[in-house]
Design a protein. Sequence first.
Length: 321
Amino acid sequence: MFDKEFKNEEVVIRNERIRLGESKLIKIPVDRLATGTLIEIPVYVFNGDELGPTVLLQGGLHGDETNSIELVRRMLIDKRYKIHKGCVIVLPLLNVFGFLDLTRNMHGKDVNRSFPGSKSGSLASRIARYLMEELIKNVDFAIDYHTGGAQRNNFPQIRYTPQDREGLELAKIFNAPLMFASKLIPKSFRNECYKNSIPVIVYEGGESLRLDENAIKEGIDGTLRVLQYFKMITNVPETITEIESIHLNKRKWVRAKVAGLFSTKVANGSAIKKGQILGSIMDTYGETNYKVKSPINGYVIAKNNFPIINMGDALFHVGEL
C-alpha cells in the first residue's frame, strides 16, 4: 500500500520549512472580524526522524462539528503525535468563523462545497484554495473528521470513496464500528483530493454542537491504528479493541410519514430487523401514535435526536450488509 516515494524530508507550508525531526506550529492569517481582530488558523506539523507517509488530520471543516475539533485537539493535549516516521499535519479547526458563530458554514458558504477554491471568491472559496495549494501538496493521504448535523447523531463510522482502492484499505485499517462506500460530492474536499490522487477517508461520529465521548474515543483509536500501521508511532494503548468493522453495502433514510413528537426505541448503532419498531410519532394531544418500522435487516447508522418532527424529516439512517 502507498508504494511511492515519500516527500517528508522537507515539508514546506507558507514558506516555513519543517525538516526531518522537527515540529512547528504555523499560524495562518485568514481574515479579520469587523472589529479588526485578526483570525488565524493554527496548523501543527510533526515531522519524524525517518522518511514515511505524510497524513493530514483535519477537524472543523464545518464550524458546528465540535466533536471533530475536540477529537483532534485531545490527541494534541495527550501528546499522541510523537511521530518517529513520516509526518503528521494537524488542523484542529479549519472553519474558525463558523465555530465562532456556532454554524456549519463560513459567512453563509459551505467550505466543503467550495473546492478547489479561488483567489478572489468568498472566504470559504479562498480557504478551500489555501488548503489545496499549501497543505495538500505535501500530503499522501488524509483523515477528515465530521459529525452528524441538525440534531442527527452519527454512530462512529468511516466513509471511503468507492473507486479508491487505497481509501478502502485505509478504512479497513482505521476499523471504525461501521464502514461503507460513499459517493463523491461535487466541489467537496474528498472529491478534489481524489482528482489529485490523494486518498481521503471521512470519520463521522456524534452530532453537531455536542461532545460524544464514545465517538471521540473511537475516532482516536482508529487514528492511532492508522499511524501504527505505517510505523509512524510505537506506543498504542492496549485498550484499543480489535473487533472487525461492519461493512455495509446499502443505506437508506427512514423518514417521517406524519408530523408530531418523536421518540426512539432503539440505540444508535444497534442491529435491527425488518418490521421492527424503531420509534413512534405522536401528536401533541396523544390522540395518534404512528409506529416507525425498519424497512430492512441491518444496523442503525444515525438517528435524529430532535423530538419535534415534520412530515418528511429524516429519522433514522439505516444500512444493511
